[in-house]
Design a protein around this ligand. Structure first.
Ligand code: CU
Length: 316
């Protein structure tokens, strides 16, 4: 074995090690059969997931259940105009999605939950949550105002769909000042926002398998008659893994099939599922590993979007 051969062999081992690590979460649970797929939103397998040591992932619908850990993936990069923000000011955040040659992607964005681009910004202790929709300039620059008043390090996720693939690229943002991190709240099945109580139910929860997570909204102890459509569904859910803030891809189960047709979603989405109630919103989510996750649910009532948050313990 000469030097270059040895180097190649070493590189191969590295690929195996890292590819294996990346796949470990997705591999668990596949013995129980392929989860119901069919939606085109799955991410492609990670680099290094070459055929030969990832046979269970051959299906194009399979892929890592978590994204948001990389600023560049599968040839696309997130290029923020700046990542440092002044304490207390309303911050203009601009960024581009670029190809391998550094050219801004100006078109080709597909609608996902009625929008071409979703930007989620969470402080790294998950104490704050912001979900906004940047506007795209003709040169491909996306821009939006952010609420970055509290000091700390934030994770900003650009969630979009190109070429039929859902992507989540992310960067850290910095707000100087005295950072007072808040501990992750203990798991609780209910949270409230402006007088609305929302209960979470996930009875079949297990790491590595698609699980259904359902929320029910009530007020003064009575189930709400009807939720207003928000982004083509009864609600919008973001789930982040504690520790690395991996961003899970979740799909609404009620109101599904109305993406891109906002005019039809009103009143029609809930009829899709026979057992869905007007105050209920359900999602399919795959939690790649056991442990705690922070969930942010947004729903709309009285013309206002409200946010509730949960800590969810996912068993093995
Ligand atoms: Cu959005």
């Amino acid at each position: 074995m000469n030097v270059s051969t040895r180097l190649l062999a070493f590189a191969g081992l590295l690929v195996l090690a890292f590819g294996g690590a990346a796949l470990a979460g997705a591999t668990i649970g596949t013995a129980g059969g392929e989860p119901a797929g069919g939606h085109g939103g799955a991410q492609p397998p990670p680099r290094g997931a070459a055929p030969g040591h990832g046979g269970a992932h051959a299906s194009a619908d399979r892929g890592p259940a978590a994204g948001g850990l990389a600023i560049s993936d599968e040839g696309l990069s997130l290029e923020p105009a700046r990542t440092f923000f002044g304490d207390g000011e309303r911050a203009r955040f601009a960024f581009r999605i670029t190809d391998p040659l550094g050219r801004a992607l100006r078109e080709g964005y597909e609608l996902e939950s009625e929008r071409e681009m979703h930007l989620i910004v969470v402080r790294r202790d998950t104490a704050t949550y912001e979900h906004v929709h940047p506007k795209r300039a003709p040169d491909g620059t996306w821009a939006v105002d952010l609420e970055l008043s509290a000091p700390g390090t934030y994770r900003a996720y650009a969630d979009f769909k190109v070429g039929g693939r859902q992507r989540t690229l992310a960067t850290d943002l910095f707000v100087p000042g005295e950072f007072r991190p808040e501990p992750l709240p203990a798991p609780r099945p209910t949270d409230s926002a402006e007088g609305f109580d929302v209960s979470l139910d996930a009875p079949e929860l297990r790491a590595g398998r698609e699980s259904e997570v359902t929320f029910e909204v009530s007020r003064d102890g009575r189930p709400l008659e009807e939720l207003e459509p928000y982004l083509g569904a009864n609600g919008h859910l973001v789930a982040l893994r504690r520790g690395d803030l991996a961003y899970l891809h979740v799909h609404p189960k009620s109101g599904e099939g109305h993406e891109g047709t906002p005019g039809e979603s009103h009143g029609g989405g809930k009829a899709e599922s026979a057992d869905a109630h007007g105050n209920e919103v359900a999602f399919a989510a795959t939690f790649p590993t056991a442990g705690r996750y922070r969930l942010f649910l947004q729903f709309k009532t009285g013309g206002e979007v409200r946010t509730v948050a949960y800590t969810l313990e996912v068993p093995r």
